[in-house]
Design a protein around this ligand. Structure first.
Ligand code: ASP
Length: 352
């Protein structure tokens, strides 16, 4: 009897300890990858990015610190970035070839492995919340276009006029992208010109236009809550000048977003077509699951090797159940940051 009681007490305290991982709460964010260099960034612009990234980190951290779940923390964090015109998500979404804003978002919860996503929505102010509603309030994983909008409205989410997403900077970027398309269809060739000119230092304004265009300003967040549960979320306007209902990796579970308590939570940013074909987020989790790699080894393997070999530009943020972080990117820069249980945070932009 005594022995049984002892086993019972040990088991209870073990469960209690397993349920409270307050010392491990962690939140990681990205605000997109691409040609982000010191040379094409003004101090004012850098300050503005750092400010929003810090607010986003602090917002998510407060949710986790107050005992919120990782899904709640991801939602609150992504709202900050969706509401900022600086990022290609929500308010700052890029324009399609037809001059519209079509937004994608997804969420995945590591404990239940439940997931939700929306694609090609035009009037939902915070697409990440629509993705969460799909996960929590419907029996589906992904809803697209008008149906997703109808569902979001029924769920009482904030609906806006599509003009809410207009920003002058993004509209100009579309016009420039269209211009370069007329004169230059082969992006690879154009890139080679840029690289050559960068060597000689003779960078023409036209080259810079294209360089600016290669920014993937998608936002993402991965979090670990005090219950030891992971979640990952991603939200985007896609790519400037995208055509005919094009959908990227951001709303595709396994490509742009993935979470599994047994391995890791991942959110990606980059050239979506490559990320879909390489099933990037799930591939990282699979390397951990089947090959026993650490989160850093797995994320590096996929982003710095596999994607590079296949020509896929971008990066990911990844987090495991012990709070270990990886933030690899194969582009010139990636807006990124993390905050740990002690409240210490760091925001990074460039490679060095
Ligand atoms: N991955 C996104 C897409 O292809 C773009 C981005 O990361 O900014 O739609």
């Amino acid at each position: 009897m005594k022995k049984l009681l002892h086993i019972l007490i040990t088991l209870t305290s073990f469960t209690a300890a397993a349920q409270d991982s307050s010392d491990k709460i962690t939140l990681v964010i990205h605000g997109g990858a691409g040609t982000i260099t010191r040379a094409n960034m003004s101090p004012e612009r850098e300050k503005a990015y750092r400010e929003v990234l810090n607010i986003a980190l602090q917002t998510g951290y407060n949710v986790l610190k107050q005992g919120g779940t990782s899904v709640q923390a991801v939602e609150a964090t992504i709202h900050i970035m969706e509401d900022s015109p600086l990022f290609n998500a929500g308010k700052g979404a890029v324009f399609t070839n037809e001059g519209k804003n079509e937004l994608d978002a997804s969420i995945m919860e590591g404990k239940t492995m439940k997931a939700g996503a929306v694609a090609g929505v035009t009037n939902i102010r915070n697409p990440i919340s629509a993705a969460i509603a799909v996960m929590e309030k419907s029996e589906h994983v992904m809803m697209a276009g008008k149906g997703a909008e109808k569902f979001a409205k029924e769920q009482g989410l904030k609906i806006v006029d599509p003009s809410y997403f207009y920003t002058e900077a993004r509209y100009k970027a579309l016009l420039k992208a269209k211009e370069s398309e007329k004169t230059e269809l082969d992006h690879d060739a154009k890139e080679k010109v840029i690289k050559k000119n960068q060597k000689t230092g003779a960078l023409k304004p036209d080259d810079l236009i294209f360089t600016e265009g290669r920014k993937f300003g998608t936002v993402g967040c991965v979090a670990l809550d005090k219950f030891g549960n992971l979640a990952a979320g991603t939200s985007t306007g896609g790519m400037t000048n995208k055509k005919y209902g094009r959908t990227g990796d951001a709303p595709i579970i396994g490509a742009g977003t993935y979470a599994n308590n047994a391995t890791c939570a991942v959110s990606a940013t980059g050239h979506g077509e490559f990320f879909i074909r390489s099933v990037v987020a799930h591939d990282i989790a699979a390397l951990m699951e089947y090959k026993g790699l650490s989160v850093k080894e797995a994320a590096d393997e996929v982003v710095m090797k596999k994607l590079v070999e296949r020509g896929g530009e971008g990066g990911v943020i990844a987090l495991d159940k012990n709070g270990n972080i990886a933030m690899p990117f194969n582009s010139e820069g990636m807006y990124r940051g993390y905050i740990k249980s002690d409240g210490k945070s760091e925001v990074l932009i460039y490679k060095d």
